[in-house]
Design a protein around this ligand. Structure first.
Ligand SMILES: NC(=O)c1ccc[n+]([C@@H]2O[C@H](COP(=O)([O-])OP(=O)(O)OC[C@H]3O[C@@H](n4cnc5c(N)ncnc54)[C@H](OP(=O)(O)O)[C@@H]3O)[C@@H](O)[C@H]2O)c1
Length: 279
C-alpha cells in the first residue's frame, strides 16, 4: 500500500470523481476526511466506506464556499488523524449548459455567484484553511480540479469554464510561491477528462433553440468520448505522494489519442444524424 502514512481531505466527495478518489486513497491505506453540502449524503457515504475501511474515514457536512465550515473540517481532520498531508480540492458544480446569450442577466448573475463561489472561491478557501498546517509541518500535496475551458476555449459552459480557468491560474501562481522556499509543498491541477457524473445533469438552457438536438448529441458524447472514472482518478495518486516533485503543473486522467479517436467516431455519427434530420 502506497499511502499508509498519509492523511487527506477530499472535498465534494459524496459522489462522482471525489468519491472515487476517496475510495482509491482508502484502498492504498490513506486516512481520508470527506465532505459535501448535504448531510444525509455525507452520512450515507461515510457508512459505505466505514463498512470496508473502518476508522480510516471521517466526514462532515461542509460547504466549501463558507470559509468557517472549511476551517472546521480541517480542524476535525487534524483532531482525528493528527495531520492533513493531502488536500484534493474537488468540490464543484455546473448549473447550466448552453450558449451564454440565452441567459438572462439575473440568471447569469446568480449562476456566476454560485459557480465562482464554489468552484473557485471554494478551492481558495480550502487551500487557505489547510495551508497553515502544511506550512507548519513543512509538507503538503494539494491537487485542484481544473476542467473544461480552463486552458482552451469550449462552448456552452462559459461561467463554469471561467471558474476553472481561475482555479488553474490560482494553482499555478500559488505553486510559484512555494518554489522559492524550503517547504515540501506542491500544488498541481487535475484534468480528469469527461466522466459521466451528476455534473452532466446541468440544466440545459430552456430558451436555446438547439436544446433538443443537444440532448440527442449528448447521448453520443456519452457513448464515444467519456473517460473511465477509475483509470482517471488513479492518476491522482502519484501527485499525492511524497515522491511527487512536480509543482505548478497540470496532469490528465485521460489519453489524448483515445479522445481523438472517440471524437472521430462521434463526428461521423453526428454528420449522419444531421443529414438524416435535414431529409
Ligand atoms: N465529470 C466531469 O467530466 C468533470 C470534468 C472536468 C472536471 N470535473 C470537476 O470534477 C469535480 C467533481 O465533479 P463530478 O463530476 O464528480 O461531479 P458530481 O458527481 O456532481 O460531484 C460533486 C460533488 O461535490 C459536492 N459539492 C458540490 N458543491 C459543494 C460545495 N459547495 N461544498 C462541498 N461539496 C460540494 C457534491 O455534493 P453536494 O451537492 O451534496 O454538496 C458532490 O459530492 C468538479 O470540480 C468538476 O468541475 C468534472
Amino acid at each position: 500500500m502506497k499511502m499508509e502514512n498519509e492523511t487527506a481531505i477530499v472535498t465534494g466527495s459524496t459522489s462522482g470523481i471525489g468519491k472515487k478518489i476517496v475510495e482509491l486513497f482508502l484502498m492504498e491505506g490513506c486516512k481520508v476526511a470527506i465532505c459535501s453540502r448535504t448531510e444525509p449524503k455525507v452520512n450515507q457515504t461515510l457508512a459505505e466506506f466505514k463498512e470496508k475501511f473502518g476508522d480510516s474515514v471521517i466526514g462532515a457536512p461542509c460547504d466549501v464556499s463558507d470559509p468557517i465550515a472549511v476551517k472546521s473540517l480541517v480542524d476535525k481532520t487534524i483532531e482525528s488523524f493528527g495531520s492533513v498531508r493531502i488536500l484534493v480540492a474537488n468540490a464543484g458544480v455546473n448549473l447550466t449548459y448552453g450558449p451564454f446569450q440565452y441567459l438572462s442577466l439575473d440568471k447569469v448573475n446568480s449562476d456566476a455567484k454560485t459557480m465562482i463561489g464554489i468552484n473557485l472561491i471554494g478551492v481558495i478557501n480550502s487551500v487557505a484553511a489547510a495551508l497553515p498546517y502544511m506550512i507548519k509541518q513543512t509538507y503538503g500535496r494539494v491537487i485542484t480540479l481544473a476542467g473544461g475551458g480552463a486552458n482552451r476555449p469550449v462552448e456552452h459552459m462559459t461561467i463554469y469554464s471561467a471558474s476553472k480557468g481561475g482555479v488553474l491560474a490560482f494553482s499555478k501562481c500559488l505553486a510559484e510561491e512555494f518554489k522559492k522556499n524550503e517547504n515540501d509543498i506542491k500544488i498541481n491541477s487535475f484534468f480528469p477528462g469527461m466522466i459521466n457524473t451528476n455534473l452532466y445533469k446541468a440544466q440545459v438552457i430552456e430558451a436555446w433553440k438547439d436544446k433538443k438536438t443537444h440532448e440527442r448529441e449528448m447521448e453520443l458524447v456519452k457513448k464515444y468520448v467519456m473517460t473511465d472514472i477509475e483509470k482517471s482518478c488513479g492518476t491522482v495518486i502519484p501527485y499525492a505522494l511524497p515522491t511527487c516533485k512536480k509543482n505548478g503543473e497540470s496532469f490528465r486522467g485521460f489519453s489524448v489519442m483515445k479522445l481523438i479517436k472517440g471524437f472521430k467516431k462521434l463526428s461521423k455519427e453526428l454528420k449522419q444524424m444531421r443529414a438524416d434530420n435535414s431529409e
